[in-house]
Unconditional design. Sequence first.
Length: 115
Amino acid sequence: MSKSAMLALAGVTALACVSAAAPASAQCGKASWYALHSKTASGERMQPYALTAAHRSLPFGTKIRVSNSRTGKSVVVRINDRGPFIRGRFLDLSKGAARSIGMGGVGSVCMSKIG
């Protein structure tokens, strides 16, 4: 492997590490939606059309603004569950929240903590 190829690979690796270590208060990446009727990790019943979301580390009750990178639409949701548990995704939106920003399936979103 040439020196320039190794430097380029090192740069990509460093960029990936910086992106993965971004604070939970502001993140961009892949999100999905879910619509179960079971209890969430916070103990409340999942309501598919409520404006809620699952995040791995943000405290329950935290409000975040989620923007769909494709449509430009945004929604404010409340964290009430843990997840997602699929590699490469950082946020699971309720079906209602995903629908309000025009996201079907997996989409690219940015989120920022409110307050």
